[in-house]
Ligand binder design. Sequence first.
Ligand code: SAH
Length: 349
Amino acid sequence: MNEKIDLRSLLPYEISDILKKNGMEGYRAGQIVSWLERGARSFEEMTNLSKEHRKRLSELFEISNMAECESLTSKIDGTVKFLFTLPDGNYVESVLLSYKHGYSVCLSTQVGCKMGCRFCASTKAGFERNLSAGEILLQMVEITREERKKQPDFRIGHVVLMGIGEPLDNYDNVMRFLRLCNCKELFGIGYRNISLSTCGLIPEIRRLMTEEIPITLSISLHASNPALRSELMPINRRYPLEELMEVCKEYTVKTGRRISFEYALIAGVNDTEKTKSELIHLLSGWMNHLNLIPINPTKETTYRPGDRKKLEQFAASLQKAGINATIRRTLGADIQAACGQLRREKQLR
Ligand code: SAH
């Protein structure tokens, strides 16, 4: 027996090809995918397909599902954190954020993370496995399903790959996910409404340039010089800051899209006068945007944010020097749903 293929990881044309090869009508792929988008978890629910069709389909495909979904809502800002249990017992977390312009979801791409950034909770329990494209998409499906119980016309507008894991370390599955998420029969999210954040895997950033997938690329910068960056982010020893900046510039030239840098301020570590001038030097004169955030505390580190006024002054002096810097709002802090606070262990509180 061949192993069954997960229907959630396939694009409509791929499903259509398989159907045709097996003597079924290709257009049924559209019907099937539309069921998946509306939250169907089994072939039995696809009632516009005959019993015979459903039986044939279940011989060819499987439909991956979460084993369990729990959620927690922030009392401060309504952000919802979802804890999903995968069928193999692993956990991933996703976050639903509500903005003036609509809903964004922050998705996980791996169970755990190998990158070891000192300030991030997601990496503390190590790496377990990659998520498949279907499992990344399934987080959106489940969030949509839950929210539509309360708001029938609920729609996700933006997707950010900033949950647990390093998306570019799971390159093929993430690229497939991007295509699925963009496809009009599924969520139809425009590439410009999708952001992918990376700690800076240079070969994969190069590969991404050739994909013609015009998403927004975010780079986790967090330090303005190589020594500090290597201390905070071990990946810098493999892919040094200087080379990373070169490839980022190349990316903007090749794609015409600016790079967005994330920079979490840690009091006394990366918020000094010296840091400021190094940042100005790194970012002046080319297409980029700097997102400043106060570091979110995690229980394993002593890294703490500075006071708000200092953050505002830091932003203001960068802006004065011509840097396109803004302060990003922190959402979901009371439910440990903010950047760098998601974990792969069950810890929903
Ligand atoms: N692995 C990817 C995406 C996941 S993390 C990456 O490194 O970009 C999403 C963002 O949260 C990254 O910018 C990450 O550096 C940041 N982050 C991690 N821990 C944080 C913390 N404690 N406070 C604020 N931001 C943090």
